[in-house]
Design a binder for this molecule. Structure first.
Ligand SMILES: [Zn+2]
Length: 311
């Protein structure tokens, strides 16, 4: 009988939509008691076209329109500004680099990139593939180039106003391309701190080789942080980025959620959302699918071999 009052008190200490409460991840709520955890996030976050999702690869529908991307300015080397945003580490990209193709309806400008991670190497990505999660996930956030709808209050945002390229990160060999970003982490331990990389790198330095980016999944969803606007066309690449284990763990070790450096920034991951009625599509990269089942291809080959042998 004592349980009910206790539960009510607990509920009262976590009001559902207090305007002055800031949003947080579950791990932060264990230390800071006055923040809104993912189940309590407001705005669009409780709608039904949210991200991230688990991608069931066998149910993804092949779509011939999902061709290769064309990357522009991705090879430009620069000492980028790196910022502790309070929920991630963010690289400010300034909108110079753009993407087109990839089945997108427009050209998009790269505004920023950030990552999600955990100290547990199979629990750091937001999206999962067939239930498998990865060590980290990198999001390169692009905004649609054309269109003035963002400035017009009346205008409805379109469902593809933002294009996010998502890369899953696995533990592997040391990634020299990432090293300037990894080294910058020590300079931005607390929220709102900024630094610049000591060495110039390009966006391409952070990505797998371009010819491996033909295979990807596509669906329509939302931002994974409040206000969770449902205006994101998602691309989740099948090819992963490899980082050395020490490089991955540096994110959890160098960065903090708070100014007093009491809570290490880790598990900055929104839980999986329901896919609902949404279809996930997949690209059809050359050579990805055999046009005929294997026996159908093997039979003529064997016939030729046997014919050659008998001759
Ligand atoms: Zn993100």
């Amino acid at each position: 009988m004592w349980l009910l009052p206790a539960l009510l008190a607990l509920a009262a200490s976590r009001p559902l939509a207090r305007a002055d409460s800031h949003w947080c991840y579950e791990i932060q709520a264990r230390v800071f008691n006055n923040c809104l955890v993912p189940d309590q996030w407001g705005e669009d976050c409780q709608k039904d076209r949210q991200s991230p999702i688990n991608i069931v690869t066998s149910k993804a529908k092949a779509d011939q329109n999902l061709g290769p991307f064309s990357f522009s300015g991705y090879d430009k080397k620069k000492k980028w500004t790196v910022q502790n945003s309070g929920h991630s580490v963010m690289v400010l990209l300034g909108g110079e680099a753009t993407i087109a193709g990839g089945g997108l309806a427009s050209r998009y400008r790269a505004k920023q990139l950030h990552l999600h991670w955990s100290e547990v190497l199979d629990a750091g990505s937001e999206h999962s593939l067939d239930g498998d999660r990865f060590a980290m996930e990198m999001h390169i956030v692009h905004e649609k180039e054309e269109g003035t709808s963002r400035n017009e209050k009346e205008a409805q945002y379109s469902e593809d106003e933002i294009a996010v390229l998502a890369f899953l990160v696995e533990a592997g060999s040391k990634n020299e391309g990432f090293q300037p970003l990894v080294e910058a982490l020590s300079d931005v331990p607390r929220p709102e701190m900024n630094t610049t990389m000591k060495k110039s790198i390009s966006l391409s330095d952070l990505l797998p080789e371009e010819d491996k980016l033909g295979r990807y999944f596509r669906y329509l969803g939302s931002l994974t942080t409040p206000g969770c606007e449902e205006e994101v066309v998602w691309t989740v690449f099948e090819e992963t980025i490899q980082l050395q284990k020490e490089q991955i763990l540096a994110f959890s070790e160098k960065l903090y959620y708070d100014n007093r450096q009491t809570l290490k920034m880790t598990d900055n991951i929104r839980p999986l959302q329901r896919r609902g009625q949404r279809q996930v599509f997949k690209s059809q990269a050359p050579g990805q699918l055999l046009p005929l089942p294997l026996p159908a291809l093997l039979a003529p080959t064997l016939t030729c071999l046997v014919a050659g042998f008998l001759r």
